[in-house]
Design a binder for this molecule. Sequence first.
Ligand code: SF4
Length: 467
Amino acid sequence: MAKSMFEKIWDDHVVVERDDGQTLLYVDRHLCHDGSFQGYYTLNSQGRTLRRPDLTWGSPDHYRPTDAQSLNDISDPALREKVALFDKNAAESGIHYYGLDSEKMGVVHVIGPELGITLPGIMLVCGDSHTATHGALGAFAFGIGASEVAHVMATQTLWQKKPKSMRITVNGEVGFGVTGKDVILAIIAKISAAGAAGHVVEFAGSGITALSMEERMTVCNMTIEAGGRAGMIAPDEKTYAYCKGREFAPAGEKWDRAIEYWKTLPSDPGAVFDKEVTLNGADIAPMVTWGNSPENGLPVTGAVPDPANEPDPEKREAIQGALEYMGISAGMQISDIAVDQVYIGSCTNGRIEDLRAAAAVAKGRKAVVAARVVPGSEPVRRQAVEEGLDKIFLEAGFEWRLPGCASCLCLNDEIFAPGTRTASTSNRNFMGRQGERVRTHLVSPAMAAAAAITGHFSDVRDLAEDK
Ligand code: SF4
């Protein structure tokens, strides 16, 4: 019977199935971060040890203030304690650990692919919902809760009910100035924030395969914002080239065997999905979200919706509420929305290509609002410095920080002032996500840089032509 890629990977990881529909799955690789302390607490309080520290990797990302070089530089005692606790737990449990002083540290969803921890065909989990990112390499990867983290730590397995499957096909390549971020925002705008609920999503079609590996990561990263359990893209030559030579990727004869297996992973012709959605790549423009849900994406050339035009009373009320929170009015042009600040970073858009795209816009120009650039990892930061991107940002008046989650979640001092408006390359625009009454608009890195330069949302395609 024809199988989807998800079904193949699922079947390869089944340890045992229960009559109630729960399946015990083998976990190939587990990522931890400084928010994984509850898992460690459970494990320690039960007197258990980590079953496979050699298959567990970690780095402090959520709580690390991105101006702190070391533990001693963290002035907030609560944040320092969180990072110090992870240092201690990691040392005692013997996992692969990249602390603040490591040249490999970073946001776990950035360092996973970067170090070759993420590979096609594996099952990878992490106590963070944006674990879906890793599906870009053809892995089955998803976020788990604190008790599940403890279960994986103790057993290297996880009980799961098999999700449904969905395929989202983007036919045809996207146009100039349109990125993976715009593709996923357009997808969520089409299917809604619940459109993939309970499903593992396979992204397919020439519009997806044409994307770079890093853009594919951005697409899969935000699957969760459409309610998806996981997102994945079939491995291809681009994937193999990306994985080759990375520290934890197979080498030598194991590499040849891995390639042989990876080639069996793409969905079989005739594989059936529970749900299918199709988009045309050429129809996608640079996107901006106007409301408090990632589904509120619009082309930058569009106008804010009018609740009066919405026949569904519940949706009408939601639009009205979002307009009030966001401080914008119905019918307003997206390009007329002025921003107070810009944030470029996160596991969605903190990779080297993202910084290159933002720097290409910033180069030779000056930011008119506060703008912060946060690399996703130390390797990304070093690469950016090597290419002179840090200088471009600094000369354009942008702030250049150390790697971490930073203003994506604002668990540290990178929170924004109450009531201000941010153009952000992160993944969530929920009320209060970036600070009290802060209004977050999701955009691509190039669009964020364009907003920093002009002070309002601007079509990056026009800016590129101006140069
Ligand atoms: S960058 Fe944001 S979404 Fe990504 S892991 Fe950190 S807090 Fe979570």
